[in-house]
Ligand binder design. Structure first.
Ligand SMILES: [Mg+2]
Length: 309
């Protein structure tokens, strides 16, 4: 009989009742200095009856993904990305198709996904929200084999991402200034967009393939995007006089961008984009260089995340 005891001891209830192991992966260059307060904030606001924790700092590009894989291998239940959409992207890519749950503390410049999920902009409050958050499984996207969680796109937003690359001056104001400047100088490209149901060729200012609905700063590019419906929302800004884009900013903040005359949008599981000359691409807000056609693929129910209740 004694031999059975070890088996009986590790019951499901036992697993449920033990404190969850949580690790915070902090990107010190995420765009604000707030993450420096992360240790005192975690110590003060995390529910220590429910969680035991570690705090790890990234040292180089790509390190967040490496640390997330390490956390997974060491049996952590939750990995929290402390940073912007770029940090979330790295951690999510590492945790795809695993039982390890992704949490997030917004400390970057944009934080489109964290804002949408309701983490808010305040680190202390975001940590308190982790205490009562629930686990949800969401879709992810792939662009030429690279994972994205929130948005990937081509055109103007990729152009802005490229301008922001390597810039230490981050935050709303520089982002806004660079966007205005880019809005005036970016040349729309002729693109052919192919989905499982249609093929469209037109001159495009932006094409966004959305898993989540918003960029940072509450700018809703794809208000109908849902993280768990197995579909992308594809949003195209047609080539129109520039003042029309600027005039549509207030409605985009209210989730009404689809009302603008220059917007075309539809849902798709697969999207292929070819453009007539070199274009600008971003994945979750990070500028990337890709050769040839862009192939977007839906990865349904691929990632477990913590959502504030
Ligand atoms: Mg969706």
């Amino acid at each position: 009989m004694d031999q059975l005891h070890p088996v009986i001891k590790h019951t499901f209830l036992d697993t449920l009742l033990r404190p969850k192991r949580i690790v915070f992966i902090v990107n010190p260059k995420a765009g604000t200095n707030l993450q420096k307060h992360i240790s005192s904030s975690v110590e003060k606001h995390l529910d220590h009856r429910s969680f035991t924790y570690g705090i790890w700092h990234t040292e180089k590009a790509g390190h967040a993904a490496e640390l997330a894989r390490k956390a997974q291998a060491e049996g952590y239940d939750i990995v929290v990305a402390v940073g912007g959409d770029g940090s979330i992207n790295e951690v999510a890519s590492a945790l795809l198709h695993s039982d390890t749950v992704l949490g997030m503390i917004p400390a970057g410049s944009g934080n489109g996904l964290a804002m949408y999920l309701g983490y808010g902009r305040d680190i202390d409050k975001a940590i308190r929200k982790l205490n009562t958050a629930t686990v949800k499984t969401i879709d992810c996207g792939r662009l030429n084999g690279r994972t994205f969680v929130n948005l990937a796109g081509i055109g103007f937003d990729g152009f802005v991402a490229k301008q922001m690359k390597g810039s230490n001056w981050r935050g709303f104001f520089p982002y806004f200034l660079k966007s205005v400047k880019a809005g005036l100088t970016f040349t729309p490209r002729i693109c052919t967009i192919e989905t499982e149901t249609q093929t469209i060729t037109k001159k495009c200012f932006v094409i966004t393939v959305a898993n989540g609905p918003m960029y940072g700063y509450s700018f809703q590019i794809a208000p109908d995007a849902r993280l768990d419906d197995g579909l992308f929302s594809v949003v195209i800004f047609k080539d129109v006089p520039r003042w029309q884009y600027f005039a549509a900013i207030p409605s985009s903040l209210k989730g009404k961008i689809y009302d603008a005359g220059f917007v075309e949008h539809f849902s798709a599981k697969r999207v292929k984009i070819a453009s007539d000359s070199q274009n600008f691409v971003h994945i979750d807000g990070e500028s990337i260089e890709l050769e040839g056609d862009l192939e977007f693929e839906m990865v349904p129910m691929a990632l477990k995340i913590l959502v504030p209740s």
